[in-house]
Design a protein around this ligand. Structure first.
Ligand code: ATP
Ligand code: MG
Length: 419
């Protein structure tokens, strides 16, 4: 084979694209219904944005970033996530001067240097939604409700919403210390990575997949036992508002999320159909991010959905392929100009029509129509044309009728576009 794509970088082929378009369309409809607007941000940013925003001691910044020096000598990074860039854009364009509350969403590719495997790629797509400027716990519940509503709308089942509180600037350091002390006594059980994490970011040990680390942390102190009164009250209200909205959740005190900027509410939606890479989406509140990357103190909350994982969970029976409406078959020799002219008229009316470019036999044209799953075949037979008529075959039930050539467009529009 000649040149192939880079490992971990996927093509999304036409046979799959219907699912992607369906998911994106549903996201836009649902999010815009909740008052969110789309924002498009660059794929490349200054490395500093992610190093400061996401945090130096996170998996992403420590080892997963695609970073390079450009020809001008600047260190640039392919965005590994969207939140930091969206926050940068909010500050840079002073979106808060228009309204302090910004509800934004963004759909596009992210890049992380991870070991490619099923459900884990180096270029993958995310749907992100963020609310900037509201600290009230009601918005935490609102964002989660929107997420669950969206996942239901695309047809996902067997999902579990897990929530936790990670505390704030004031109480989290106390928890870190508590956890560090606890794990230091068990450090002989920890893998090499977690020995290091113990010093830099002990919370991340919760995410380690190594068995002995999991055992070491099984009975560790829980963050929710350490959080301050304000964080407790915030968490209590989030739970209350979730219940008011009729949402079920599971408390998961071990869910810490990989990014440093999270404070208070953290959540994940996991699917029992996904196996090891089971998080479809994760998110949380990040009331410190803005101070890390700018001067303003703005609260924020949001989530990111992994599109590949989401798409792998779509119901199998959902018909999302683009259907060919009509194949125009021509029994004559050579490319038929009538077919060309008709096809153009159909296309201008929104009818997806295809015809034969190569002067193939009628039989082979019918085979192609079948393969393309055309719903109708219009056969321009000479005998019928002389009478001003053409044969229309319904490929779904194999019935056939003759229709007058003069009002082909009208007849087909009625048949195809109305149902
Ligand atoms: P994980 O624990 O699976 O590494 P994460 O915490 O790194 O996930 P986030 O940064 O929260 O993930 O990103 C949100 C979502 O993006 C994840 O829930 C997942 O669906 C998806 N995602 C993250 N990394 C990848 C990847 N390398 N390939 C495909 N999807 C990914
Ligand atoms: Mg990760």
């Amino acid at each position: 084979m000649g040149i192939t794509a880079i490992r971990g970088f996927n093509d999304i082929l036409p046979s799959e694209i219907g699912k992607w378009q369906f998911v994106e369309k549903t996201a836009r409809e649902v999010f815009e219904g909740f008052g969110f607007s789309e924002i498009r941000i660059p794929i490349l940013e200054r490395t500093e944005l992610f190093a400061r925003g996401i945090g130096e001691a996170t998996d992403i910044v420590e080892k997963e970033m695609y970073t390079f020096i450009d020809k001008g000598g600047s260190s640039l990074t392919l965005r590994p996530e969207a939140t930091a860039s969206m926050a940068r854009a909010y500050l840079e364009h002073q979106l808060y001067t228009f309204d302090p509350v910004a509800k934004l969403y963004c759909i596009g590719p992210m890049f992380r240097y991870e070991r490619p495997q099923k459900g884990r790629y180096r270029q993958f797509y995310q749907i992100d939604a963020e609310v900037f400027g509201v600290g009230n716990p009601v918005v935490d519940a609102e964002v989660i409700l929107m997420l669950i509503h969206f996942l239901g709308k695309v047809g996902l089942e067997k999902l579990e919403l897990q929530i936790n509180s990670l505390g704030c600037r004031d109480c989290r350091p106390r928890y870190r210390e508590g956890l560090k002390n606890y794990l230091t006594k068990k450090s002989f059980q920890l893998c090499e990575d977690c020995q290091r994490r113990l010093q830099t970011n002990p919370l991340r040990i919760f995410d380690c997949k190594v068995q002995t680390c999991q055992e070491a942390i099984a009975d560790a102190p829980r963050v929710t036992d350490f959080i301050c009164a304000e964080c407790q009250s915030h968490f209590g209200k989030v739970k209350e508002y979730l219940s008011v909205a009729g949402l079920n959740y599971v408390l998961n005190p071990k869910m810490v999320r990989g990014l440093d900027y999270y404070t208070r509410t953290a959540f994940e939606v996991v699917s029992y159909d996904l196996g090891a890479q089971n998080a479809v989406t994760g998110g949380g509140r990040y009331d410190n991010l803005f101070q890390e990357i700018g001067e303003l103190d703005v609260p924020g909350i949001g989530f990111a959905i992994g599109m590949e994982r989401l798409i792998s969970l779509l119901p199998k029976d959902k018909k999302l392929e683009q259907q060919l409406h009509l194949f125009i078959a021509t029994p004559g020799k050579g490319m038929d100009e009538k077919a060309y002219r008709l096809a153009n008229q159909f296309h201008l009316e929104g009818i997806r029509a295809e015809f034969d470019y190569e002067g193939k036999s009628l039989k082979s044209q019918m085979r192609r129509a079948d393969k393309l799953k055309a719903r109708y075949v219009l056969i321009l037979g000479e005998e019928e044309l002389k009478k001003g008529r053409a044969v229309l075959r319904n490929m779904w039930n194999q019935s056939q009728e003759e229709i007058p050539i003069d009002n082909l467009i009208d007849v087909l529009k009625r048949k195809i576009l109305n149902n």
